[in-house]
Design a protein around this ligand. Structure first.
Ligand code: SF4
Length: 95
């Protein structure tokens, strides 16, 4: 379902509370998932842990299929796991 302009703007109000606003955006988009990227992902997650917008950020990332980067304290793989679990829950609920 596409978001209307009003719905989209209200859905991103959480960004004003984003702890990462004053952080290097590159920290949240590491290259790869091994080596130095592991430390970078953890450093980004540490910022997320201090963020008042964490829950809203995660829901935004899930609802807009953000496949790359750290959002709401989760890595790309962690969001894939959440998406799979939610799909399974929906399928079970509809059965
Ligand atoms: S949860 Fe993390 S990525 Fe999301 S707004 Fe907060 S600091 Fe930024």
């Amino acid at each position: 379902m596409a978001l209307t302009a009003d719905a989209f703007s209200s859905n991103v109000d959480w960004r004003k509370d984003a702890r990462c606003r004053d952080t290097d955006p590159g920290l949240f988009f590491p290259i790869g998932t091994t080596g130095l990227a592991i430390e970078q992902i953890q450093n980004a997650k540490d910022v997320c842990e201090q963020c008042n917008a964490k829950a809203a950020c995660l829901e935004f990332a899930l609802s807009t299929n953000q496949d790359t980067g750290v959002w709401g304290g989760t890595s790309e793989e962690e969001r894939r796991v959440i998406r799979r679990a939610r799909r399974k829950q929906r399928a079970t609920a509809q059965a």
